[in-house]
Design a protein around this ligand. Structure first.
Ligand code: ADP
Ligand code: MG
Length: 208
């Protein structure tokens, strides 16, 4: 994984998020305050705009700059949560010596653990964690079982989709949707949908 890889993935994610923007906007209008798509699109744009600044940096420094930009430039819960993800990935041990598939999974999983601590949300609370935690577990399990890389990536895409869909019938116990009580039921969580789309984009692109 290189800085160029990160920027390329951000560009691919931008295309997919833009194509699904109306749906994501509607989801946050239904159970949040409607700004989630704006926050996500702004975050992606800020990361892509960092390209000239970070392209020649060691990956730890580039990830750190991405984290700072996301933390300072995006509002809402998602800014703090995605910022925490990148900040933790930047601190992964010895990543400047190179990030192979195994290392990428390890630092992603450490990032997800940190987001979980930061947001104090676990699986079943109708948030992006219903996608991020199962995907992180699936990737780690795939490594432990020495599964083939492509098989792991295909499974991760399926697990992300299942987690995203699972949020539909959940009650929200974290975030703005928790104010709605039973009325949040029947709606997919916007953060779960945007996270699932990002994971699908990256996994399918790495697996092509
Ligand atoms: P805000 O809720 O502040 O308006 P966004 O609209 O950008 O922020 O993001 C909303 C998404 O953030 C929700 O759909 C949910 O997935 C996620 N979220 C909210 N609170 C938490 C939390 N404590 N832990 C993890 N994810 C959360
Ligand atoms: Mg919102």
């Amino acid at each position: 994984m290189s800085v160029n890889f990160l920027i390329q993935k951000a560009k691919e994610i931008q295309v997919v998020i833009d194509a699904n923007a109306a749906e994501i906007e509607k989801l946050d209008q239904e159970i949040g305050d409607g700004d989630h798509i704006f926050n996500v699109q702004r975050g992606i744009k800020l990361v892509i705009e960092l390209e000239p600044t970070i392209k020649d940096l060691p990956i730890s420094k580039a990830l750190n700059q991405i984290a700072m930009k996301v933390l300072s430039g995006i509002g809402g819960s998602s800014g703090a949560l995605f910022g925490t993800l990148f900040m933790t990935m930047a601190k992964g041990s010895e990543i400047d010596e190179g990030i192979d598939f195994k290392k990428a999974i390890e630092i992603f999983a450490e990032g997800v653990d940190a987001v979980k601590l930061r947001g104090k949300a676990d699986v079943g609370e109708k948030t992006m964690m219903d996608v991020l935690i199962p995907v992180s577990n699936c990737l780690k399990k795939g490594l432990e079982e020495n599964k083939d890389k492509n098989e792991i990536l295909i499974e991760a895409v399926a697990v992300a989709e299942k987690g995203m869909l699972s949020t539909k019938d959940l009650l929200a116990t974290k975030g703005r949707a928790s104010f709605l009580g039973e009325r949040a039921k029947g709606h997919i969580d916007p953060g779960a949908r945007s996270s699932q789309l990002m994971i699908k984009t990256v996994c399918e692109s790495v697996n092509s």
